[in-house]
Design a protein around this ligand. Structure first.
Ligand SMILES: [Zn+2]
Length: 96
């Protein structure tokens, strides 16, 4: 089911986005009130698996204690949202 090494995915950005055994899409960027999010699709030739890579830049408080608290809250929230989205997707696949 994996792609041959020379086959690009439909979303591969080609050129500099495609190297070292990985096909990568051109990144999609969103500016938000808290900072920004960058999303990239990645397909690894060796494993045959595709991934969504997310990078978030979030403004945090200058106070270290508050910043640590907020970092934990953000990481926990992101974990729950991803877990819910992945479960929903899995259920859809099974019941199709
Ligand atoms: Zn490619």
């Amino acid at each position: 089911m994996g792609l041959k090494q020379t086959d690009h995915t439909a979303w591969c950005g080609r050129g500099r986005y495609c190297q070292l055994g990985e096909h990568r899409s051109q990144p999609t960027r969103w500016q938000t009130p808290y900072g920004g999010i960058v999303a990239t699709l990645v397909h690894n030739d060796a494993t045959g698996r595709a991934y969504l890579e997310l990078r978030a830049s979030i403004t945090i408080p200058a106070n270290e204690t508050a910043a640590r608290r907020q970092a934990v809250a953000i990481a926990t929230g992101v974990h729950h949202v991803i877990g819910r989205a992945v479960r929903t997707h899995t259920v859809r696949q099974i019941t199709r």
